[in-house]
Design a protein around this ligand. Structure first.
Ligand code: 13P
Length: 252
């Protein structure tokens, strides 16, 4: 069965609630009735309420960019999965390379967050990807294998069903340099092989693996036409309603 593609926006630290509302006012009419691909937008935490209100009843899901694995407690600054669900989120990004680079995210915290997101019924988007130095040193496969195996640790085949992985080579993020569809497909095959070891072949065949890193309107069709690429995680080009629409409607 073909995997339905997910085109997800990661707004990172951009837009106020008012700007989020304005985005949806322009964006929703442009993608109204689009059902070929699943669409999600992940704004900053403080914009989630505005985004959920604006997107209510539409074909666009709202997600968070991070979460904490504990249910509640003295964890200043953290947001739980129950809070995200109550706020109307359906998706959550876990282990983005910027969180790994700047905020101490590790393979172990990614695993804890992934388990908590699954338990809460959120669709997790788990990010993996190698640094430029790692690619140049021929370590891409080792890094992807390590990140994937550790993320999936202790998760069963049945529970794994909602997991989505995003392959985001760090050297392609925000740089205008994209992996070629062939490079991405090769990485995706490796990730899928690891998923098969962890969850079995049927679950691995159903697993969606997105590509992220300088996805733009002019390269989206080439990337999304690749059978191994099950969608996109889009940063910069998702901030503008028209440009994100062109990516959602790749090839149309
Ligand atoms: P850019 O699309 O801005 O390169 O960002 C990619 C990304 O990190 C999405 O999570």
């Amino acid at each position: 069965m073909p995997r339905k593609k997910l085109i997800a926006a990661n707004w990172k630290m951009y837009k106020t609630p008012e700007q989020a509302t304005a985005f949806f006012r322009d964006f929703l009419p442009l993608v109204a009735g689009h059902s070929r691909d699943e669409i999600a937008v992940c704004p900053p935490f403080v914009d989630i309420a505005a985004a959920v209100t604006a997107a209510k009843g539409s074909n666009v899901g709202i997600g968070a960019q991070d979460m904490f694995w504990e249910k509640e407690g003295a964890f200043t600054g953290q947001i739980s999965t129950a809070m995200l669900r109550a706020a109307g989120c359906t998706h959550v990004i876990i282990g983005h390379s910027e969180r790994r680079q700047f905020f101490g995210e590790t393979d172990d915290t990614v695993n804890k967050k992934l388990k908590a997101a699954l338990a809460a019924g959120l669709t997790p988007i788990v990010c993996v990807g190698e640094l430029l130095q790692e690619r140049e040193a021929g370590l891409t496969e080792d890094v992807l294998r390590r990140q994937t195996v550790n993320a999936f640790r202790g998760i069963g085949a049945v529970e794994s069903a909602p997991i989505t992985v995003a392959y985001e080579p760090v050297w392609a993020i925000g740089t205008g340099r994209t992996a070629t569809p062939q490079m991405a497909a090769e990485a995706h095959r490796l990730i899928r092989a690891e998923a098969a070891k962890a969850f079995g072949e049927p679950a691995a065949q159903a697993l969606r693996i997105l590509y992220g890193g300088s996805v733009k309107p002019d390269n989206a069709t080439a990337l999304m036409s690749e059978l191994e690429i099950d969608g996109a995680l889009v940063g910069g080009a998702s901030l503008d309603p028209k440009s994100f629409t062109s990516i959602v409607k790749w090839g149309m």
